[in-house]
Design a protein around this ligand. Structure first.
Ligand code: FAD
Length: 323
């Protein structure tokens, strides 16, 4: 069976991010998954990788991955592509993952498909990727016609399914070239992380729009998110107005999310916003305008003033929690 390389997203402590097990699930549809682990922590992450079918784990425990931006990871993958001739390379469709995918494509003369929401093997065994286009209005199935298929898969798009693998750790000697060391990381600032889940990985996202009226009004979105154990998202109108930080913007020029439940509160549903959330499994919209375009894609719509609807919803959630 052909080998499929999966670039692991993980913390230095070896915590395997959920998107990595999603990638492993997708890789098993194409062949035998091998993980590429850049940086420290592979020992700690091994058990989880084995649970999702990794056969080999290529471990390049080099400080270069932390000291320089994405170029070393692309270089490591390019080397493994040359050595192993895999059937495909899967990376997470995160900002960093997509940049690595692009660089790897150039290095290996391969085609790259980004924002994949589904991965399957075609009739001839070649990888096919499903990609939403035009803000999710159209889904296309694409294949790479040159080199090694490189596919960046959108986090949360594929349900992880366990299947045991050996996850044998295979050390790989690696030192980044001078060219890959062109951009050095000069400082690491750990983002203040609250109790909330990461926006792109969360099972539930509660997003607020201009309908919240102000930074103060937006606080009710945080309240609802916390009651549901959800991540907070925002429309661009909100982030541009400075009511909430830009890193929480959902949409074409913000984050792409695909949670089990997406709640759009006081958001009109402009095409650029929809581009970042349309593949969510269930969409609930709360808007006082019954004509708001968000209702076209909502599974459940509530027409009403958010400042009337949300307090009632919070009260109901509170009742259920106290049962
Ligand atoms: C190149 C480009 C890229 C863009 N990228 C993005 C992007 O990544 N993400 C993004 O979100 N946008 C993006 N935009 C902007 C996008 O076009 C919209 O302007 C934006 O999404 C609107 O945000 P909104 O829905 O919060 O505000 P509005 O469109 O103003 O909608 C506010 C909604 O709240 C409702 N409302 C008002 N008060 C209440 C209330 N009390 N209770 C309930 N409902 C209420 C209104 O009925 C209305 O539907 C982009 C635009 C361009 C041109």
């Amino acid at each position: 069976m052909s080998e499929v390389l999966v670039l692991a997203e993980h913390t230095d402590g070896g915590e395997v991010k959920k998107v990595t097990v999603e990638l492993l699930t997708a890789a098993r549809r194409l062949g035998e998954p091998s993980v590429v682990w850049a940086g420290p922590g592979a020992e700690a992450g091994r058990e989880r990788l084995a649970e999702f079918g990794a056969q080999q784990v290529y471990v390049a425990d080099s400080a270069d991955f932390a000291d320089y931006v994405v170029a070393p990871a692309a270089e490591l993958l390019a080397r493994l592509v040359a050595d192993k001739a895999p059937a495909a390379v899967l990376v997470a469709g995160t900002t960093e993952g997509k940049e690595i995918a692009g660089r790897l494509a150039v290095k290996t003369g391969s085609g790259v498909l980004t924002d994949a929401t589904g991965v399957t093997a075609g009739p001839d065994g070649a990888p096919l990727a499903e990609q939403p286009n035009f803000g999710g209005a159209l889904t296309v199935t694409s294949r790479v016609t040159a080199g090694t298929p490189i596919i960046a898969v959108r986090p949360n798009a594929i349900s992880p399914e366990p299947s045991p693998g050996a996850a044998e750790l295979v050390p790989v000697e690696f030192a980044a070239s001078e060219a890959a060391r062109a951009a050095r990381v000069t400082e690491h600032v750990v983002a203040a992380k609250g109790e909330r889940p990461d926006l792109t990985e969360a099972q539930i996202v509660v997003s607020g729009g201009r309908g919240t009226g102000s930074a103060d009004g937006f606080k009710i979105i945080e309240q609802l998110a916390d009651a549901l154990g959800a991540a907070v998202g925002a429309s661009r109108a909100v982030t541009d107005a400075g009511w909430y930080p830009h890193q929480f913007q959902v949409g074409q020029t913000g984050k792409t999310v695909s949670p089990q439940l997406y709640m759009a509160v006081g958001i009109s549903g402009a095409i650029q916003h929809r581009a970042g959330m349309q593949t969510s499994k269930t969409i609930v919209a709360i808007n006082k305008d019954p004509e708001a375009p968000i209702f076209e894609i909502a599974d459940l719509g509530v027409v009403g003033d958010l400042f009337t609807v949300l307090p009632q919803l919070l009260e109901e959630i509170g009742k259920h929690k106290s049962l």
